[in-house]
Design a protein around this ligand. Structure first.
Ligand code: HEM
Length: 366
């Protein structure tokens, strides 16, 4: 009875912020964009399993040789780079985020089950692709599990910023997704299209670097990847527009009357330019164009990560004002983190470049 009368919103950490909030916000956006990029690479590989025919040695898929070995690595990097924003979310919104985690308890932990199943499927895909059969089904399953994981994440993110719904939602005892937010569906759709857009781009660049532009057989695999990316980017623009229309009127007015609306415009501009460049690569395959498109796509993800933080602060406006939380800066710990973070990113970049892109070119199709 006593517990029933206690507020479900814990107070913020008594120790305050260990660093200025804007630094945490920048790092959170950066690490989230990296997290999504590696997820997109994994989804791109799975999509390549679905749209290509892995049935003869001299098929399109020779250009994708080595890709299946990359996928367990890219998913593990996505997970590792998911832990970083988890820590930053904890610093800024820990009292809201963890309450949402607990209220969705079993579903939230179900994410781990999906991740473990996905690792097994990625290894199965690696094995089957060598034997040239059954890969399409595995690809579909991997994509479904990624879509399921994205739904859990989006549901949890919307529950985090809806404390007014917590009291009623806790009757579900942790076994339900939170579906009460008007932006949930467009948010989830956006995530799925972003996985396809980034994934297609990654596979196209991978196959192009491995086989050169003049090879017709490889060209089919590249064209399919470019098409997947174009569909994904068009979907991003449509679902982004849908997401903005589904925001509550008050939230939309606050966003577009504040300077932070620049994130929405920056995201839209980046994705439109990326779409144009990717589309033009359909006619003339070019690593430069696709590479530039990948950079623009990443900038779009970065802007989206910043935008979702802005929307969260607007939604929590009544319960939380970051400016009011005392800051007790710990610059020495922060400097240590920064050095390790930069070294870690350099190491990941080195592994990706040497392990997967720097291989000798394939002689495809004679
Ligand atoms: C152990 C694995 C993972 C970790 C640690 C992780 C971590 C995170 C974190 C911390 C956030 C921000 C949460 C927030 O601000 O409320 C996030 C967002 C997100 N993650 Fe992951 N993630 C993981 C796996 C995945 C997987 C497999 C997917 C599938 C595609 C995924 C897709 C997303 C999406 C779509 C969002 C944005 C949700 C939204 O704002 O609507 N994550 N992730």
């Amino acid at each position: 009875m006593l517990i029933a009368n206690v507020s479900l919103i814990p107070s913020y950490d008594m120790l305050g912020m260990p660093i200025l909030p804007w630094i945490v916000q920048v790092l959170m956006a950066l690490t989230l964009a990296l997290h999504w990029s590696f997820l997109a690479m994994t989804a791109g590989g799975a999509t390549a399993y679905v749209v290509n025919r892995y049935n003869s040695l001299n098929s399109d898929t020779v250009a994708l040789k080595g890709l299946s070995a990359f996928l367990p690595f890219s998913l593990s990097m996505a997970m590792t780079l998911g832990i970083a924003p988890l820590l930053f979310v904890q610093v800024l919104y820990g009292n809201f985020f963890y309450t949402a985690n607990i209220l969705m308890g079993y579903v939230w932990l179900g994410l781990l089950v999906l991740m473990i199943a996905n690792f097994y499927l990625l290894y199965l895909g690696f094995w089957l692709s060598k034997h040239q059969r059954g890969v399409r089904c595995v690809g579909i399953l991997i994509l479904l599990l990624l879509a399921g994981s994205a739904l859990i994440l989006s549901s949890n993110a919307t529950l985090t910023q809806s404390p007014q719904a917590w009291e009623a939602f806790r009757a579900n005892k942790g076994i339900a997704l939170y579906l009460g937010d008007t932006t949930l569906l467009p948010r989830w759709t956006f995530a799925i299209f972003a996985l396809l857009a980034g994934g297609g781009l990654f596979v196209a660049i991978y196959a192009l670097l491995r086989s050169g532009t003049k090879n017709e057989t490889a060209g089919r695999a590249i064209s399919k990847a470019v098409l997947v990316s174009v569909v994904g980017m068009a979907g991003i623009l449509i679902s982004g527009f849908w997401a903005s229309r589904s925001l509550p009127q008050a939230t939309r007015s606050s966003l577009f009357s504040s300077g932070e609306s620049v994130f929405a415009y920056a995201a839209a501009a980046s994705f439109v330019l990326a779409l144009v460049l990717t589309l033009s690569s359909w006619f003339k395959k070019s690593v430069l164009k696709l590479g530039l498109s990948a950079v623009l796509f990443f900038l779009g993800l970065l802007a989206m990560a910043a935008l979702r933080d802005t929307l969260r602060r607007i939604a929590l406006g009544k319960q939380l004002n970051l400016a009011e939380i005392p800051v007790h800066s710990q610059w020495d710990s922060f400097a240590l983190f920064l050095v390790i973070f930069i070294l870690g990113l350099m190491l990941v970049g080195y592994i990706v470049k040497e392990g997967f892109f720097n291989r000798p070119k394939l002689q495809v199709g004679g």
